[in-house]
Design a protein around this ligand. Structure first.
Ligand code: SAH
Ligand code: SF4
Length: 363
């Protein structure tokens, strides 16, 4: 929430704006004018909405915040992965990543510009390999803070985003109502108009919320951060597995697959000596095959202060060929952005550490 506790206009659905305007005695078409200003013309204040009566602009300014994100840092350049560090209204830092024209990973065309958005400040799930969980959890983002990551990255980069992955900081399914609301706005014809098939939500395995998401009338895609094909491996690296073990998780995936036309994706980061044994590749392929899921293998990105590393190229390729040998569609990310710490949560962590070491001005 914004510090002044006013709701941001970017977290409202068109029908909610209409309902609010009705209480002000305004006609419904005004709501459409407002969303055009927000998502077409990219207004940054009600004052700019020149075809609204002045009195209405003032009422809206009193009633709602805009709450634009403040850009603190940008790393990377055009044609490479770019990372954006944003400061929220309450001073918290979050990050988004813009990935240009990468190979098709989630069924999209390969020339898509993908944004990776954060859904929480920090993360409570504490996966052992992940920078986002290192400093614990602060709070959920509201829908506007998710939507505004797209607006801010488009403004800063001058590029139109056409693919969204919820793979930044935080566990999206632990913030489901705000994430679903943000997806509605991102997907809406009156909003950012990005097709549901170009929106992917990633989860570390919150089985009950996977079922809830399955019951939502959304056609967005689901990625499961599996990272281990047995409870033994997942228990070692992902505390969430003690709560929802692999069987429970896979049953929730079955339920999801039965409710949706969309395929599920298994994300599998390859960590040397932890989850890269050949047996894991066979078992992973078995789970994927049964579910009709696709597999994305991702070489682990080193996180400062953690001892984990990626296996050799040879082991990565061998793992891939075993999975493919079971007739499962699988990719191995030969990723860009390794040079700028593309794994989410790292830029924020690095900036916070720098600030703690020597309070420099990063504006
Ligand atoms: N909490 C959700 C979404 C955010 S994490 C989830 O866990 O799915 C997005 C993806 O990045 C997850 O698959 C996560 O496991 C992966 N990831 C985290 N740290 C990483 C690292 N250092 N290198 C590569 N991938 C990483
Ligand atoms: Fe949280 Fe996902 Fe990182 Fe695990 S991998 S700590 S769930 S952000």
């Amino acid at each position: 929430m914004q510090p002044d506790a006013k709701r941001s206009i970017h977290s409202l659905l068109l029908e909610e704006i209409e309902a609010h305007l009705a209480t002000l005695g305004q006609r419904p078409y005004r709501a459409k004018q407002i969303v055009d200003w927000l998502y077409e013309k990219r207004a940054t204040a009600f004052e700019q909405m020149s075809d609204l009566p002045q009195a209405l602009r003032e009422r809206l300014t009193q009633g709602f915040a805009f709450g634009n994100l403040e850009t603190v840092r940008v790393l990377g350049s055009k044609d490479t992965t770019r990372k954006f560090l944003f400061r929220l209204g309450d001073g918290n830092l979050i990050e988004s990543v813009l990935i240009p024209a990468s190979p098709a990973l989630y069924g999209e065309r390969s020339d898509r510009r993908t944004i990776c958005v954060s859904t929480q400040v920090g993360c409570a799930y504490g996966c052992k390999f992940c920078a986002s969980g290192l400093e614990g959890f602060s709070r959920n983002l509201d829908a506007s803070e998710i939507v505004q990551q797209l607006l801010a990255v488009e403004t800063a980069s001058g590029e139109r985003i056409d693919n969204v992955v919820f793979m930044g900081m935080g566990e999206p399914l632990a913030n489901l109502p705000n994430v679903v609301r943000a997806i509605r706005i991102i997907n809406a014809p009156w909003g950012l108009e990005i097709g549901a098939r170009h929106i992917t939500v990633s989860t570390s395995g919150l089985a009950p919320q996977i079922r809830k998401l399955a019951d939502e009338p959304l056609q967005s895609r689901l990625a499961i951060s599996l990272h281990g094909a047995t409870d033994e491996v997942r228990d070692r690296i992902m505390p969430v597995n003690r709560k929802y073990n692999l069987t429970t998780l896979l049953q929730a995936c079955d339920y999801y697959a039965s409710r949706k036309k969309q395929r599920i994706y298994f994300e599998y980061i390859l960590i040397a000596g932890i989850n890269d044994a050949e047996e894991q590749a066979h078992l992973l392929a078995g789970h994927a095959r049964r579910l009709g899921a696709r597999v994305n293998l991702i070489p682990y990105n080193k996180v400062e202060g953690l001892e984990w590393s990626r296996p050799s190229r040879e082991i990565q390729e061998r793992f891939l060929s075993i999975v493919r040998g079971h007739e499962v569609v699988a990719t191995l990310r030969r990723e860009k952005g390794h040079d700028i710490d593309a794994a989410c949560g790292q830029l924020r962590l690095q900036t916070k550490r720098e600030l703690q070491a020597a309070p420099v001005n990063v504006d």
